[in-house]
Ligand binder design. Structure first.
Ligand code: AMP
Ligand code: TRP
Length: 348
């Protein structure tokens, strides 16, 4: 790589509220740690997103630190990557307002996640509706190349790309247009009891979701009672055999073995054998993570320190883009105030 060539910029966000599931591990944490190896990673605890649905303010602080601990426990390195809290970098809230001018009201109304969450809550906040604009800002502020996410964020990523393109078209080239990275296997982990539905923090039943914090016996039991089908054959066919295919995907995520190798391993075996083996592989995957998490979460001051370091790096990385946005949109810049002119966003 030439000295002037930059590493790809990686950005992803994850909400601090709600119990994190095996799905979050598969589409989120696992990918964050992997992509950190290939690029310049920014991983954001999106606390501002969390207030789009009802939440408990008394718990937000603790759950924010817990999520930081979990990000480090699953392999993020505070030296190499920038791990920070969205509310510590005011550019995110500002960018959301500016970008709302180039976001289509109609497109926001077509977001599947908005429709699902709106149907599940009595009070539907304006924040729930405009949530994807805040997310677009998160990504675009960092001139992001790649966004590792689960399959459920595909539509939001498409919207972020549309917003970037519309802004570039209307105001001049300002943003890189980001691409999603969605794993082929494990991009959408399904509910163990309702294999037609996604494993979800908010919508799954206690038995349907595996939580990263679940003790080993609880995990084993959840897999033992997983819903399969009335055949006997262990093969990967997500449409016809959603339950069995989900178990194979989970095992592939947990062990790193391919689906093909797993199908071969289980030729002639029964569903009971498969469920036991998957349960055991998930226990093995999550136990060391849980141990590291417990150790890290005990040191609140260290977590706070690491998040302050991350916030400082994130502020520096996002400021040039925010300045350019104000400038391109025609705002008067005060000499003492905004930095415009002092630095340009990366790549521009
Ligand atoms: P959230 O907890 O909603 O902030 O989600 C964090 C990350 O986990 C996002 O990238 C989601 O796409 C991903 N994710 C959530 N549920 C699942 C699932 N069932 N399968 C795969 N990825 C998921
Ligand atoms: N909306 C995402 C989720 O619920 C979280 C998120 C917020 C995000 N901002 C982001 C993900 C930026 C990727 C990039 O999972």
């Amino acid at each position: 790589m030439a000295a002037t060539e930059q590493k790809p910029r990686i950005f992803s966000g994850i909400q601090p509220t709600g119990r994190k599931t095996l799905g979050n591990y598969s589409g989120g944490f696992r990918q964050y740690a992997q992509t950190q190896e290939t690029g310049d990673g920014f991983f954001c605890i999106v606390d501002l997103h969390s207030l789009s649905v009802e939440y408990d303010p008394a718990e937000l602080r603790r759950s924010t630190l817990d999520l930081a601990a979990l990000l480090f426990a699953t392999g993020l390195d505070a030296e190499r990557s920038t791990v920070f809290c969205q509310s510590h970098v005011t550019a995110h809230a500002e960018a959301a307002w500016l970008l709302s001018a180039v976001t289509s009201y109609g497109q926001l109304g077509r977001m599947t996640q908005f429709k699902e969450k709106a149907a599940a809550h009595e009070f539907v906040s304006a924040a729930l509706f405009t949530y994807p604009v805040l997310m677009a800002g998160d990504i675009l502020l960092y001139q992001t190349d790649f966004v590792p996410v689960g399959d459920d964020q595909r539509q939001h990523l498409e919207l972020a790309r549309d917003v970037a393109q519309r802004f570039n078209h209307r105001y001049g080239e300002t943003f890189r247009v980001p691409e999603a990275i969605i794993p082929e296997i494990g991009g959408r982990i399904m509910d163990l009891q309702e294999p037609a539905d996604k494993m979800s923090t908010t919508l799954s039943s206690e038995q349907g979701a595996v939580y990263i914090a679940d003790p080993p016996d609880v995990i084993r039991k959840k897999f033992k009672t997983a819903v399969t089908d009335s055949e006997r054959e262990i093969r990967y066919a997500p449409r016809e055999k959603p339950g069995v295919s989900n178990l194979l995907e989970i095992m592939s995520v947990a062990t790193g073995e391919s689906i093909k190798a797993l199908e071969q391993r289980f030729v002639g075996a029964g569903y009971g054998d498969l469920k036991d083996a998957v349960g055991e592989s998930v226990v093995e995957l999550l136990s060391p993570i849980r141990e590291r998490f417990e150790a890290l979460r005990a040191d609140e001051r260290e977590l706070q320190r690491l998040l302050s370091v991350g916030a400082e790096k994130a502020r520096r990385a996002s400021e040039p883009t925010l300045d350019l946005m104000y400038d391109r949109m025609g705002f008067a810049t005060s000499e003492a105030g905004r930095f415009f002119g002092a630095a340009r966003p990366r790549g521009l």
